[in-house]
Design a protein around this ligand. Structure first.
Ligand SMILES: Nc1ncnc2c1ncn2[C@@H]1O[C@H](COP(=O)(O)OP(=O)(O)OP(=O)(O)O)[C@@H](O)[C@H]1O
Ligand SMILES: [Mg+2]
Length: 363
């Protein structure tokens, strides 16, 4: 109670508030009505397939694109409104953006590249020198200060781009697939590095990716997008454990969740004559989709009245376990097991379902 009363209204405001945001290009909606409250200090990941509108949202946050309708606030400041036409220019938003292609100035040294935004903001030479030294050290590239972008590696260039963006201490950091040009090992390293920087700067970050592993490992919050809309917004764990839609279930998780199209008979779910548990009372009698994570299914060598026959298609080792893929007619199903099954590719195996599905989707 006491703690609440000493908070001012400003402290409790979301760092970023997005209301009914839309962006239309010609007749197409790139962003088709998005609402979101991002708490201060959050690491929000926008996750979704190519063309779903992630970059367009980020560009509207940065001020590089104007909304067709809807509003964006940073704290108590309205920075864009499609309705009233208010648009705060990118330089006045206290936001920094890191792109997939780093676009460093080729004729400026690392030092000069990072110093550039501070010059624009008219920091004094002493302040600039100190801050550049600080951020180069933060990104472990202090020894590259005198080099030109052409004289350092791709991974180092990306570090310089990040250093340049965080140098003026923006309140909001925007990242558009910043690691996709790096090889797998560097990507993993930079993920950890970015999270460390995020903790140290305290900036609210919005990070775009279509790599769901990146999303699940980095995010405090994830917004899963599809066709210009947010299908679900929440902590990664909630998305994994209770995906709100069929799309989220099949997009999030490695391997993605399995869906089985079941009939309803006598208030029970039925798939290939197997009873898959009591149907939800609210259900109509139209078939629906039952969701099972790969860990919830069991693969057996022998037939049983609770098992369906499937064909062994693939076994992939992952962190000491195996992801087994089987065909249920023309549908792929994934199962996680401790051992490879004793079978050849193409052999028949038997799949056993748990008593209840994890989630049920009616459409
Ligand atoms: N300037 C533009 N003019 C016309 N259409 C555009 C423009 N920018 C984006 N679009 C369209 O808007 C939709 C969303 O694009 P956006 O770049 O936001 O997708 P994305 O989610 O970032 O995709 P990716 O993962 O491929 O980068 C796409 O259909 C795209 O073709
Ligand atoms: Mg994009």
């Amino acid at each position: 109670m006491q703690a609440q009363s000493i908070l001012t209204e400003k402290d409790t405001l979301p760092a970023i508030n997005i209301k009914r945001l839309e962006k239309r290009f010609g007749n197409n909606y790139a962003v088709a009505g998005v609402d979101m409250d991002v708490p201060p200090g959050a690491f929000l990941v926008l996750l979704g397939p190519s063309g779903c509108g992630k970059t367009t949202i980020l560009r509207m946050l940065a001020g590089l694109e104007e909304p067709t309708s809807g509003e964006i606030h940073f704290g108590d400041q309205q920075i864009a409104s499609g309705t009233s036409g208010i648009i705060v220019s990118p330089g006045d938003r206290d936001a920094g953006m890191v792109f997939q292609s780093y676009a460093l100035w080729p004729h400026k040294t690392v030092q000069e590249n990072v110093e550039w935004p501070l010059k624009i903001k008219q920091w004094s030479p002493d302040e600039r020198r100190e801050r550049v030294k600080e951020v180069l050290e933060l990104l472990s590239i202090g020894d590259l200060a005198a080099r030109y972008p052409g004289e350092i590696s791709g991974g180092q260039q990306q570090r310089v781009a990040i250093a340049r963006t965080i140098a003026p201490k923006p309140k909001v950091l925007l990242f558009d697939e910043p690691l996709s040009n790096l090889d797998a090992k560097l990507r993993a390293e930079m993920r950890t590095e970015l999270l460390r920087i995020h903790r140290l700067t305290g900036a609210t970050s919005v990070y775009v990716t279509h790599d769901q592993v990146e999303a699940m490992t980095m995010a405090s919050h994830v917004a899963v997008m599809n066709h210009g809309k947010v299908e679900q917004f929440g902590p990664p764990r909630t998305l994994y454990e209770s995906p709100a839609t069929r799309f989220v279930a099949t997009f999030v998780g490695t391997p993605p969740a399995n869906l089985v199209h079941a009939q309803i008979e006598d208030d029970r779910y039925l798939y290939k004559q197997i009873d898959l548990g009591p149907a939800r009372p609210s259900s109509t009698d139209t078939p629906c989709w039952l969701m099972y994570r790969a860990e919830a299914l069991k693969l057996c060598q022998t037939a049983d009245e609770r098992r369906i026959a499937v064909t062994f298609a693939e076994g992939t080792p992952v962190a000491g376990r195996f992801i087994i893929t089987v065909w249920d007619e023309r549908q792929r199903i994934s199962v996680v097991m401790d051992h490879l099954p004793e079978a050849q590719l193409g052999d028949q195996l038997y799949l056993e379902f748990p008593e209840h599905p994890t989630m049920v989707y009616e459409d």
